[in-house]
Write a protein that binds this ligand. Structure first.
Ligand code: NDP
Ligand code: ZN
Length: 177
């Protein structure tokens, strides 16, 4: 029961933080669909029931994309969740291209729990790109994103077979090997 309460508290916090944000698709899907969907991939597809991982998945974009601080997460959700969220958060002050390169370099050195969140995040975003092209994106940009994601996922190998198999299938469909 305590776990359920923690997860609801986390979902509520993320929903409040992301309330004014939308995804980049035409329909402007509420942003919170993404962190909830990432957590759902972990529970439904990856077979993960670790509460800290699920909480970190729900919170994974709060610091990167909203005014949330690590101090806030630490105070509300504790050390372990904060540690995972830190590992999956890009440094906001760095240029986009550098951030993308750092994700490739850091992936192999991440902890097991952070790797799980990273895999689920990539899987969700690639499925989202297959579902519909974000507003203003060319097909080249979509392809570049898949190629970059492939490089990150290469560094996450040996973490979770179901998610890695699903990702591999998506890369295969685009002839990325
Ligand atoms: P991204 O290219 O990183 O945008 C993708 C991110 O947006 C995802 O990782 C995801 O992050 C989030 N997102 C929101 N909605 C969706 C959705 N519907 N589908 C998939 N992902 C979604 O960021 P930027 O837009 O900031 O672009 C920066 C990069 O793009 C640069 O590296 C630049 O090189 C490249 N670029 C390429 C161009 C081209 O034409 N080739 C043109 C312009 C830029 P999250 O998980 O955090 O929500
Ligand atoms: Zn994300």
């Amino acid at each position: 029961m305590a776990d359920v309460l923690e997860i609801i508290r986390c979902s509520n916090f993320a929903a409040i933080k992301h309330k004014d944000q939308r995804r980049k698709d035409e329909e402007k899907t509420p942003y919170i669909n993404h962190p909830i969907g990432v957590a759902n991939i972990l529970t439904e597809e990856a077979g993960i029931a670790d509460v800290a991982v699920i909480q970190a998945a729900l919170l994974h974009d709060t610091v990167e994309d909203t005014d949330t601080t690590f101090e806030e997460i630490q105070a509300l959700f504790g050390e372990e969740v904060t540690g995972i969220v830190k590992e999956v958060t890009d440094e906001k002050n760095l240029p986009k291209l550098v951030r993308k390169q750092k994700q490739i370099e850091h992936a192999p050195h991440a902890s097991y729990k952070a790797k799980l969140v990273k895999l689920a995040d990539k899987l969700y975003n690639l499925r989202d790109l297959n579902r519909c092209t974000p507003v203003g994106w060319s097909q080249e940009r979509v392809t570049e994103y898949f190629q970059w994601a492939h490089k990150v996922v290469e560094g996450l190998k040996g973490t979770n077979q179901p998610m890695e198999d699903s990702l591999q299938q998506l890369f295969k469909e685009r002839n990325i090997v």
